[in-house]
Write a protein that binds this ligand. Structure first.
Ligand SMILES: *Cc1c(COP(=O)(O)O)cnc(C)c1O
Length: 397
């Protein structure tokens, strides 16, 4: 009998080791990893730049308290500030914690402006985590059900809908808008550039904070360091986690402009957050993304995969949409697709399904042309079979 709490419906496979974009299970079977631990293993598995940096740091210093100076944390904050255009970072251990920090910043910002009951506009279909505040900000009743009463202070609006935002203008309780630049769990929906640009203008005019949750879409996955950069805007606050440490747990909340300088000692903290080991993992991730040109690679491989999928699935009924940005790709079917995950396992391919009908691909950013072709070779027949299009094709005159 398992002594684990029943929080995951797990696939019947355990992995023994990984190399690059492949994982080997405990029976010796090899799989192509097109999930990367849900956008976590940025550098794939066993990348020497990461493992050597971690081994060196483990031999030197793993953890010290945040009551001391931590040069590795300072260095990482500088790397993130230089790449994001924001000016200050708080480090934690996960995405929900990074979002908790962002939500606390927004409340503090509002209260400093004399708003007694600050409210944050959040999106339908959003996912921000599973702590009480972040599940309350999440736009999915399944995540919330059973955990009421929810945390107050969130107002839900439809995604990519400027009229819904405009309708809130002048509401003196609103202090911020929080959104994923590409919704991940919600089904891989991309915020339109024009939407983000006008959202930026409205936030400036209303003095609202623009908070971007980049936990899944950030860290080079979409081909820019941060997905908001596609729209040429700056948020006031954004959050990172998943891919930041290539598998070593670390999250970050970045702030700039009117969102900077809000926290003072005693307002927020984390015992583990930003320890030297985790910060070295993030630094090695950033340096390797640059050394190996993984931003360009994400764009090139994303285009290759989406283009080939569109080509090879043309006319296959049941495929509603192929969308995404860089190496964050969704294939929406007209039916529940959960059954495909097990078929993928059998075929030696790892991906997942989100929002019931959307096949989600989040491969490591070191995914090259050979891996992209292997993915297509495995996934396309699987999809055709699942959708019954082989039979349809055979019937064609
Ligand atoms: C995964 C995710 C989170 C939560 O991250 P955890 O590390 O699981 O707490 C928050 N926001 C987004 C957009 C995510 O994809």
């Amino acid at each position: 009998m398992s002594h684990l709490m029943n929080t995951y419906g797990r696939q019947p496979v355990a992995f023994a080791y990984g190399e690059g974009c492949h994982l080997t299970d405990t029976n010796g079977k090899v799989y192509l990893d097109a999930l990367a631990g849900i956008a976590v293993n940025t550098l794939g598995h066993n990348h020497p730049a990461l493992t050597s940096a971690l081994a060196r740091q483990a031999n030197r210093l793993i953890h010290v308290s945040n009551v001391y100076q931590i040069p590795e944390q300072e260095a990482l904050a500088t790397l993130l500030a230089e790449r994001s255009g924001l000016t200050e970072a708080f480090f934690c251990n996960s995405g929900c914690e990074a979002n908790e920090a962002a939500i606390k910043l927004a409340r503090l910002y509002g209260r400093r402006r004399g708003v007694d009951r600050p409210r944050i506009l959040v999106m339908e279909g959003a996912f921000h985590g599973r702590t009480l505040a972040t599940l309350s900000a999440t736009g999915n009743e399944k995540v919330q059900k059973g955990f009421e009463p929810l945390v107050d202070g969130f107002v839900r609006v439809p995604y990519n809908d400027l009229d819904a935002i405009r309708a809130r203008r002048g509401d003196s309780d609103v202090v911020a808008v929080m959104l994923e630049v590409v919704q991940g769990e919600g089904g891989v929906y991309v915020a339109q550039d024009g939407y983000l640009q006008e959202l930026r203008q409205i936030c400036d005019a209303e003095k609202w904070l623009l908070i971007c949750d980049e936990v899944q879409c950030g860290m080079a996955r979409t081909g820019k360091w941060f997905a908001y950069q596609h729209a040429n805007i700056f948020p006031d606050v954004f959050t990172l986690a998943k891919g930041l440490g290539s598998g070593v747990p670390i999250g970050a909340c970045l702030a700039g402009g009117r969102a900077s300088g809000l926290f003072a000692p005693g307002n927020h903290g984390s015992t583990f957050g930003g320890n030297p080991f985790a910060c070295v993992a993030a630094r090695a991730t950033i340096e390797t993304i640059e050394a190996e040109h993984l931003l360009d690679n994400a764009i090139a491989m994303g285009e290759r995969i989406c283009g080939e999928l569109a080509e090879r699935l043309r006319g296959v009924s049941g495929v509603l949409d192929i969308r995404g940005r860089g190496l964050m790709i969704g294939i929406e079917l007209d039916r529940p697709a959960g059954g495909l995950v097990g078929k993928g396992l059998a075929a030696g391919l790892l991906f997942n399904v989100t929002h019931d009908t959307v096949i989600r691909l989040l491969p490591p950013l070191v995914f090259g042309a050979a891996e992209a072709d292997e993915l297509l070779q495995k996934l396309v027949p699987l999809l055709r079979e699942f959708l019954g299009s082989e039979i349809q094709e055979g019937k064609r005159p």
